[in-house]
Design a protein around this ligand. Structure first.
Ligand SMILES: O=C(O)CCC(=O)C(=O)O
Ligand SMILES: [Fe+2]
Length: 256
């Protein structure tokens, strides 16, 4: 089974074919509503946000240090491929901790991007179940700007909170590999053939369903936007997640 790539996707089709059954899909040109080229290339981003502080992570989610956006771009991008540059994962505020959050950058970018039209525009149960949350303007769990030099990667993981994710590619190419949900969380090696293995290009978005293990490799200097969500079609699963201890998670508590 290779799950694939589509050139257009209506939200009704996304709902029944992908969101409800939890099947990944890459949508080419899904970011057609974005303001293009200038805001998203690294030089322009560094001109706008160069002085802002950013956290740097390893290939998973361990904090490695702090830097500035400009310093990261000059040290770790536009270089020949070197293995594993640190990964700039710049999240909007997720909790009371003191980390360099991306809220000021997101506030400056509100005119530059929009939610891909294949995603339902209402019916989300997490976060902010009481009101419609706007991913462009509001803080969301896991909502972040991901920047890395060629060779940067995110190792195999599943996303937290029993949530789905939308990963939008603003600049550069990434290889995205996914494995279907498996008992115990990680795929068994004997049948660890990825069900999904696609190249994400600028203007594309990929839907990462809850429970799918995924790993992502930047093939060139890369800028992505990503956020997590739970739609009401998966309200039962989310309720079970909360009942099984998920309600104690600091991020879930911050957003409910
Ligand atoms: O782009 C990456 O490096 C990781 C993205 C990811 O894991 C996600 O959006 O859930
Ligand atoms: Fe992820």
């Amino acid at each position: 089974m290779t799950l694939g790539t589509v050139d257009t996707l209506r939200s009704e089709t996304f709902l029944t074919e992908y969101l409800v059954p939890g099947r990944p899909v890459l949508v080419r040109g899904a970011l057609a509503g974005w303001r293009w080229a200038p805001p998203w290339d690294l030089t322009t981003l560094a001109e706008r946000f160069g002085g802002l502080r950013v956290p740097l992570y390893d290939t998973l989610f361990a904090l490695r240090g702090l830097s500035t956006f400009g310093d990261y771009v000059s040290r770790h991008t536009r270089a020949a491929w070197h293995d594993e540059p640190p990964y700039l994962r710049w999240f909007s505020r997720q909790g009371p901790e003191r980390l360099p959050w991306a809220d000021d950058a997101f506030a400056a970018l509100v005119e530059d991007w929009s939610v891909p039209t294949f995603l339902p525009d209402s019916g989300y149960v997490f976060p902010h179940p009481a009101r419609a949350a706007d991913p462009v303007r509001d803080s969301f769990p896991g909502k972040g700007i991901f920047v890395c030099g060629a060779g940067g990667r995110t190792r195999l993981h599943t996303d937290p909170w029993g949530s789905d994710a939308c990963l939008c590619q603003a600049a550069g190419e990434k290889r995205v590999i996914m494995f279907p949900p498996a008992p115990g969380g990680f795929p068994l090696w004997r049948d660890a053939r990825p069900a999904f293995d696609e190249i994400l290009e600028p203007g594309d978005a990929v839907y990462i369903p809850a429970g799918w293990c995924h790993t992502v490799l930047a093939l060139s200097d890369s800028v992505s936007l990503t956020w997590n969500f739970v739609h009401q079609v998966h309200a039962g699963r989310f309720t079970r997640h909360l009942a099984e201890g998920g309600a104690e998670d600091a991020t879930v508590r911050y957003f409910r």
